[in-house]
Design a binder for this molecule. Structure first.
Ligand code: ADP
Length: 257
């Protein structure tokens, strides 16, 4: 609340009015809280692998381990944690870039080609898990406009998750078509699924349904937050449907103009 007394110009001792300004700071406070929560989360997420790395390095340096096998195992852990740290930093930087919208350029995107390029990139990862990617992409989808790299990143994250959270031998579907004045892209899998009560928080930074599982699979917990912000940059919408044990379906709707 801001209050000020209005005084008479000739005689400042005489008050002739009061101005009171009320400002609703709920939103500002909420944003501040989100920001400080994010910084706390980032610090925690970065510190975990660092602590592990420095712990194993110290142990190796202390000469306490003499069998080669254990040494190799420790080095492997250091390797894995270093990669994790690097992925985390990449994701944090991507998210901050997308959020600040500085690179929200308007490139012409040939939708069909872009989707097919992403499928080619992701195929080897699916092959490793003997997962078949079924595609149904309309041949001449209309162009959309925005940052081409972001558009591809969004699809990579969705497909990567679909593969990550689908057991060996499962199926992933990607379907793209034009509907009214939108391009609709559906990524579906026959994987683990997500409990209904988890769905509302799914796109939050660092939110994972099963933290241990996500970590084991190399997740950073930022993939879907990145997807959400890219969809926003494209003025689009994203929906998710899921059933535990059956699979998950993400639908992205992007306006053509
Ligand atoms: P992560 O790096 O953990 O995969 P994301 O932000 O990409 O982080 O996803 C958040 C969480 O949502 C994941 O930890 C996982 O629990 C869940 N999730 C995302 N995609 C799928 C999917 N296709 N099937 C099942 N669970 C999923």
């Amino acid at each position: 609340i801001y209050t000020n007394l209005i005084r008479l110009e000739d005689d400042p001792t005489r008050v002739i009015g009061i101005v009171t300004l009320l400002e609703d700071v709920t939103e500002i406070r909420k944003l501040e809280k989100m920001r400080s929560d994010f910084v706390a989360n980032v610090s925690h997420e970065l510190k975990t692998p660092l602590t592990s790395i420095s712990g194993f390095v110290e142990t190796l340096k202390s000469d306490a381990i003499d069998d080669e096998e254990t040494k190799m195992r420790f080095l492997d852990i250091i390797d894995i944690e270093t990669e994790r740290l690097s992925r985390l930093i990449d994701d944090i930087l991507s998210l901050s870039e997308i959020e600040s919208t500085t690179n929200n350029i308007r490139q012409e995107i040939y939708t069909t080609e872009a989707i097919n390029e992403v499928i080619e990139i992701i195929k080897p990862i699916a092959n490793d898990k003997e997962i078949v990617i079924n595609t149904e992409i309309e041949g001449s989808l209309p162009q959309i406009y925005g940052n081409r790299d972001w558009f591809k990143q969004m699809l990579i994250n969705l497909l990567d998750n679909a593969i990550k959270y689908t057991p060996q031998g499962g199926k992933v579907y990607i379907n793209a078509y034009k509907k009214y004045k939108n391009v609709v892209i559906v990524v579906r899998d026959t994987g683990l699924g997500i409990p209904k009560n988890e769905l509302p928080r799914l796109f939050e930074r660092f939110y994972r349904v099963d933290k241990a599982r996500s970590k084991k699979l190399g997740g950073t917990g930022l993939g879907l937050a990145i997807v959400k912000h890219i969809v926003i940059a494209f003025n689009g919408r994203i929906k998710v449907n899921s059933e535990v044990g059956k699979g998950t379906e993400f639908t992205v709707i992007i306006p053509i103009k």
